[in-house]
Ligand binder design. Structure first.
Ligand SMILES: Cc1cc2nc3c(=O)[nH]c(=O)nc-3n(C[C@H](O)[C@H](O)[C@H](O)COP(=O)(O)OP(=O)(O)OC[C@H]3O[C@@H](n4cnc5c(N)ncnc54)[C@H](O)[C@@H]3O)c2cc1C
Length: 393
């Protein structure tokens, strides 16, 4: 009788476990965010302008091309690394976080996945070196119903001529390259949607009004104006008429990025409140001595941990090549709810001071609100989740 050998597999790692490399990367981003971004956060928020020197350092540190292969000048990292970076930067400033997020999870991802080799050589090195990217889907009349867009592209000779306006475009002020969606055939519905790589200095392209916003004020949100804008035919991203697929698939990844932004924000708000609760004295004791305050902080910490598990798990699924559509929608839905609740309670722990601009709580509270709106509102995430869980997929 042959003897069966029992092989004991290595026990699975906890969901939130990081490799040594990931820990080192996270710690270096955390240190940069604390030392370089934090001192500028208040002023950037007040002025509504992002500090250009921080942008330059993002490029120098490799944070603007995290997943881009080394042969194109990138860091050759994983999607998970990009998620860690967005989380750590957003812990200090959600505006800085969304710049890193849009660059990596939307623009670079679309460029890596859908470009020809020639387009890769032209655009990827710039994305790593000095060019901020933006992702232009929304219009005044088409937000949740994104494919009802009016921006039109007509082929004339070797160029597409684009006419229309895009609204709410993150990084609009700083960006040099735009992944921009237009329809080549309005009668074809979503099958007319085409993605273009538009450079800022293409004739007929201009950046319009910058929004004055409640939160993430240092992140620019701009209108884009296309007036007979000439885009070479060779700048179609993927295939003409297949832009809807690019939009849907990049936004699936982007949603995990927004989840990471909201997770980072919630952590930042929690840490500020926990520290304050140990300093602030009432009734002769630190307010953190009161069980009521301890329970609030404990509840928040628990919700943050749950959000972290959803974010990390979805990012690991993406890196493993698994289908993560449902998980990405859940991440964005849940992490934005947690961020809003945590930021709100954190503000209350600061008492009256939390309501002023002298403390960081009110900014976390204002910044949290966007998590439920962009890259698909909470209702749109629920719609996706409902379809997938009820459809049995
Ligand atoms: C700061 C900021 C940055 C942004 N950055 C970008 C960017 O970089 N690129 C880009 O392309 N866009 C960007 N956007 C746009 C953003 O994605 C849209 O605002 C968002 O998708 C919602 O669209 P909307 O504003 O037109 O709202 P609407 O679609 O008009 O929705 C209004 C309300 O109706 C609800 N609703 C709509 N349809 C349904 C439905 N079928 N069922 C249930 N409820 C529904 C929504 O949930 C929402 O509560 C940004 C927006 C902001 C505010």
């Amino acid at each position: 009788m042959s003897q069966a050998t029992i092989q004991t597999p290595a026990p699975p790692q906890p969901l939130v476990a990081l490799t040594e490399d990931e820990q080192l990367f996270r710690d270096s981003v955390r240190q940069f965010a604390d030392e370089t971004i934090r001192p500028k956060v208040h002023e950037m928020d007040e002025k509504g302008v992002f500090d250009h020197s921080i942008l330059e350092q993002f490029f120098q540190l490799g944070l603007m091309g995290i997943e881009i292969p080394e042969q194109y000048g990138g860091a050759g990292g994983k999607f998970f690394d990009a998620i860690l970076a967005v989380e750590e930067v957003s812990r200090v400033d959600a505006s800085a976080g969304v710049i890193v997020d849009v660059q990596n999870t939307l623009v670079n991802n679309a460029l890596m996945r859908w470009t020809t080799e020639e387009q890769k050589k032209r655009y990827l090195p710039k994305q790593c070196a000095d060019t901020v990217g933006a992702y232009a889907l929304s219009e005044a009349g088409s937000g949740s119903d994104a494919f009802a867009m009016q921006t039109r592209a007509q082929l004339k000779g070797s160029d597409y001529i684009l006419n229309g306006r895009k609204l709410w475009i993150t990084n609009g002020k700083e960006a040099g390259v735009f992944i921009l969606f237009a329809t080549i055939d309005p009668a074809a519905g979503y099958k007319g949607i085409t993605a273009f790589i538009v450079e800022r200095d293409f004739p007929g392209f201009s950046v319009g009004k910058k929004e004055d916003k409640l939160g993430i004020r240092a992140s620019s949100t701009c209108e884009l104006i296309l007036e007979d804008c000439q885009v070479p035919k060779s700048n179609v991203l993927g295939e003409a008429g297949k832009g809807y697929k690019i939009a849907i698939e990049t936004l699936n990844e982007g949603r995990i990025g927004i989840g990471a932004q909201m997770l980072g924000l919630a952590r930042g708000a929690w840490e500020a409140a926990a520290k304050y609760s140990q300093e602030r004295k009432q009734f002769g004791r630190a307010i953190s001595d009161f069980q009521g305050v301890q329970f609030q902080l404990a509840q928040m910490a628990t919700e943050i941990e749950a959000a972290r598990m959803l974010v990390y798990n979805a990012a690991r699924m993406k890196d493993a090549g698994m289908n993560f559509v449902k998980e990405a929608a859940m991440v964005k839905l849940f992490a934005s709810q947690v961020a809003e609740r945590v930021a709100s309670l954190s503000l209350e722990i600061f008492g009256g001071y939390g309501f002023t601009k002298d403390y960081p709580a009110e900014k976390y509270f204002r910044d949290a609100k966007i998590g439920k709106i962009y890259e698909g509102t909470s209702n749109m995430q629920l719609q996706t989740i409902a379809k997938l869980v009820l459809g049995g997929k």
